[in-house]
Design a protein around this ligand. Structure first.
Ligand SMILES: C[S@@+](CC[C@H](N)C(=O)[O-])C[C@H]1O[C@@H](n2cnc3c(N)ncnc32)[C@H](O)[C@@H]1O
Length: 258
């Protein structure tokens, strides 16, 4: 069954609203992902000030706004018109200068070698043509440019967590839609091979996952289902962050050869 990417248009006006299911990606996810990415930039000795940054599949702009706040010149692209509209309105309400465009990652409307940093966060497992998206990302990166990502591993654990618990089981599912397909999840070795094919050298893969205990996680999903907990609060209570295991989600970086 194809995944439901139309949901980003149907629900995309509410990315920043804690009662909207898409807001579950903010809460503890955005701070955890951004802290890791900042750490990578520090370790690579890249000063974020003034970097030209491309957010591929930016959704409502959670991460684009974080990068803009530390002085990056950010462009966010997404195929969902409604998401781009919401991202634009939110950035403007907070006086953030971010360029947004409706566009797919498979055909980026940017010249070759034009960005210092590109990232795909929770996007690679949604795209129609993964190889093309990585090829396009490599094309628009400058030599020596940095690619940051997070995505979902294809394992038994990810099937249990992302498909069964969050999508299929009536009592715990966060959303009444097939936002994910297990077959589209990506093993780190597969991603490394695709990156390599397009001239991007993998630097690191690190685990990203909930640090809350299993009972509290399950109970909070039930509370969301019953309407007693917002998606934003549930996300914070999941306490997503760096974990040792990489069998659920993982993040990492790659660099384009000089
Ligand atoms: C789970 S959301 C992630 C949003 C954002 N990156 C974040 O982490 O907050 C997945 C996003 O990927 C976008 N998307 C789906 N197919 C895409 C494609 N082919 N190219 C670029 N983005 C795509 C969707 O519209 C959606 O906004």
């Amino acid at each position: 069954m194809p995944i439901d990417n139309a949901i980003y248009d149907r629900l995309g006006s509410g990315w920043w609203d804690e009662s909207n299911p898409l807001n579950a990606l903010n809460g503890s996810f955005t701070p955890a992902r951004f802290a890791y990415f900042r750490d990578v930039l520090d370790r690579l000795g890249r000063d974020p000030g003034g970097l030209r940054v491309l957010d591929i599949g930016c959704g409502g702009g959670f991460l684009a706004e974080e990068f803009a706040r530390i002085g990056c010149r950010v462009v966010g692209i997404d195929p969902s018109e409604m998401s781009i509209r919401t991202a634009r309105q939110h950035a403007s309400a907070y006086s953030l200068k971010i360029g947004y465009a409706v566009c797919v990652g498979e055909r980026l409307v940017l010249p070759d070698g034009s960005v210092d940093l590109a990232y795909c966060c929770d996007v690679l497992e949604h795209v129609a043509d993964l190889d093309r998206v990585v090829a396009e990302t490599a094309r628009v990166l400058k030599p020596g440019g940095v690619y940051l990502f997070d995505t979902i591993n294809r394992t038994r654990a990810s099937k249990l967590f992302f498909i069964k618990l969050l999508q299929e089981w009536r009592l715990t599912r966060m959303i009444d839609s097939d936002v994910h397909s297990w077959a589209m999840f990506i093993k780190p070795t597969e991603l490394e091979e695709i990156l390599r094919r397009h001239g991007l050298r993998l630097g690191e893969v690190a685990g990203l996952g909930p640090r809350a205990g299993a009972v509290s996680l399950g109970w909070n999903f039930v509370r969301v289902r019953l309407g007693r907990l917002s998606f934003g609060e549930a996300s914070r209570l999941m306490d997503v962050g760096r974990v040792r295991r990489v069998d659920l989600s993982y993040l990492g970086y790659a660099t384009k050869s000089l």
